[in-house]
Design a protein around this ligand. Structure first.
Ligand code: SF4
Length: 177
């Protein structure tokens, strides 16, 4: 204990520095996602998160979207408890054999129009868990994926940028003949 206290006097903590509280770009980004959702859906965007077998690192970053700093609900992005209320499924992790059916059922329970966003490197192709006896593969091996957001784990900002790109792409597709 004494050694630990002594060490803490000379070394900085291993945590990352807190983001700047006056990050206007972030608020603008989240507001742009909210506006794009209202333009496309006429209301807030509802997101259902599905952990298909992740290490929970991606979940920590997804949870951060709702913390006091990001607080995306103020821009009309809501996490919902049921896929029946969702527009977007955010799926993390490699899909494990045990979660395959749950993911398929969640996808079927989500009303159209719906979009699937695969979050993190594992969701693309299994990542560092690829080849495991317990893993089916990436999310795209089980349900159709509209967007993949890379990273291990991706940051909340990367997720917001991905959602904005997805909604803008959907918007364009709806306008073009
Ligand atoms: S991408 Fe990284 S953080 Fe996300 S589930 Fe895979 S190993 Fe964990």
């Amino acid at each position: 204990m004494r050694k630990l206290l002594f060490k803490s006097l000379f070394f900085r903590p291993l945590t990352e520095a807190a983001p700047s509280p006056d990050d206007a770009g972030l608020s603008e980004l989240a507001a742009a996602v909210g506006r794009a959702a209202r333009r496309r859906l006429g209301r807030s965007l509802s997101i259902r998160e599905v952990d298909a077998g992740s290490c929970n690192g991606c979940e920590l970053e997804i949870h951060a979207l709702n913390n006091a700093y990001y607080d995306v609900e103020r821009f009309g992005l809501r996490f919902v408890a049921s896929p029946r209320h969702a527009d977007v499924l955010m799926v993390t992790g490699p899909v494990t054999k045990n979660m395959r059916e749950a993911l398929e059922r969640t996808y079927r329970a989500t009303p159209d129009p719906k979009w699937v966003v695969a979050i993190g490197d594992c969701a693309k192709d299994g990542g560092c868990f690829a080849g495991s006896y317990a893993v089916v593969g990436g999310v795209g091996d089980v349900v159709p994926v509209d967007l993949h957001i890379p990273g291990c784990p991706p940051t909340p900002t990367a997720m917001l940028k991905g959602l904005l790109a997805l909604l803008e792409q959907v918007d364009k597709a709806a306008v073009s003949p």
